[in-house]
Design a binder for this molecule. Structure first.
Ligand SMILES: CC(C)(COP(=O)(O)OP(=O)(O)OC[C@H]1O[C@@H](n2cnc3c(N)ncnc32)[C@H](O)[C@@H]1OP(=O)(O)O)[C@@H](O)C(=O)NCCC(=O)NCCS
Length: 328
């Protein structure tokens, strides 16, 4: 029986160069900086230009993470990509990324669980390493949601942004990595976040374009109602399962969808707000990229360091959720 753990030894992010402020959005849709700031906390988001893609942003974030880790593409033995906005539905973007990075013909696959994707993928990477056979796994969260948004729908388009971040998970003998985790899904809420003509059920046609089914549709109020208790319950579960208390958690990194969701969850659980990482004001909701971008910034800003214990919690389309207590 081996005693392997998967420690995060590298992290990095890549954001589109173009920043769109709330004031910029005021010129496009019937909204206001005041409404967006008050209801969501979001002040700006990064949006891709024509030459930026899911694959290129992912490669940028991956190179940054490998640089911090001090490893190269030839050291990798698995790539897991969390995204719901790949360059193409086929081929999988994970293989494009593997080739663009210059990694050898290692395994690479894409995990599609909406905003929950990165935390789910990190849990998987940790389990692959613990089982033996893998030394360095690259885990990427990347999203180009802007190309799937209806820029005439003020209910959705103001909330999201594009971005990517990656971590390198390395095998070690020291106790670290995922100490506890929870994964959940409730398909009864599927219609609350849906991209109707994004798959095989509703192929593209003049009708799907006229009905704007080619864009993501969301029932924000229902998602809000779902998100707040799910963060609270998941936090309680993973902390208890790890045999810890809230005092042992150095930083909570929740999915960055809306500052009000995070504040409400903090109140509900009585988790201290000064130990919650929030950067949604700068990026909007970057879906599967939001937790790894936040984790990367937490490292960069000295909010976390090796040996710290963090809780990561994400929720999103499905509906789905995932949480993990991770020792860095
Ligand atoms: C979307 C969200 C910000 C809306 O906030 P809210 O306080 O629930 O607002 P409501 O849905 O009650 O809408 C209030 C009004 O604002 C309007 N409104 C919606 N978007 C607007 C915008 N961008 N600008 C101005 N007004 C807007 C609505 O039309 C509504 O008007 P009405 O009362 O005349 O119908 C909020 O529900 C939310 O963040 N939900 C979670 C979404 C999310 O995180 N999704 C991704 C999860 S992974």
């Amino acid at each position: 029986m081996n005693n392997y753990y998967g420690r995060i030894i590298g992290y990095g992010k890549a954001l589109p160069r173009n920043i769109v402020t709330n004031a910029d959005l005021e010129k496009k849709v019937d909204t206001s900086d005041e409404w967006i700031t008050e209801r969501t906390g979001i002040r700006q988001r990064h949006i891709v230009s024509d030459d930026e893609h899911c694959s290129t942003l992912a490669v940028g974030a991956s190179r940054a993470a490998m640089n911090v880790a001090g490893i190269g593409p030839s050291d990798l033995d698995l790539i897991i990509v969390a995204t719901s906005s790949p360059d193409f539905l086929t081929p999988p973007v994970s293989s494009q990324i593997q080739h663009m990075l210059g990694a050898s013909t290692i395994g690479a696959f894409t995990v599609v669980v909406g905003c929950t994707g990165f935390v789910t993928s990190l849990i998987m990477a940790d389990r692959f390493i613990r089982a033996g056979g893998y030394r360095n796994i690259l885990v990427i969260g990347v999203e180009i949601i802007s190309r799937m948004l209806d820029w005439e729908d003020r209910n959705t388009c103001v909330l999201f942004g594009d971005g990517a971040a990656a971590v390198v998970v390395q095998r070690t003998d020291e106790r670290s990595g995922v100490l506890s985790h929870v994964m959940g899904s409730d398909g009864a809420g599927a219609q609350h976040i849906i991209h109707p003509s994004g798959g095989s059920a509703l192929p593209p046609s003049h009708e799907t374009i006229d009905n704007r089914d080619v864009y993501i549709k969301m029932n924000g109020r229902e998602v809000f109602r779902f998100a707040v208790p799910v963060i609270g319950n998941t936090l309680q579960q993973i902390v208890t399962e790890a045999g810890l208390t809230f005092d042992d958690i150095d930083l909570l990194i929740p999915h960055q969808a809306n500052a009000r969701i995070i504040e409400s969850a903090a109140k509900l659980t009585a988790f201290p707000e000064d130990r919650i990482f929030v950067n949604v004001h700068n990026y909007g909701n970057t879906s599967a990229a939001s937790v790894p971008i936040a984790l990367t910034e937490a490292f960069e800003q000295g909010r976390v360091k090796k040996g710290d214990t963090v809780a990561m919690i994400a929720f999103g389309a499905g509906l789905t959720w995932a949480g993990a207590v991770v020792k860095l």
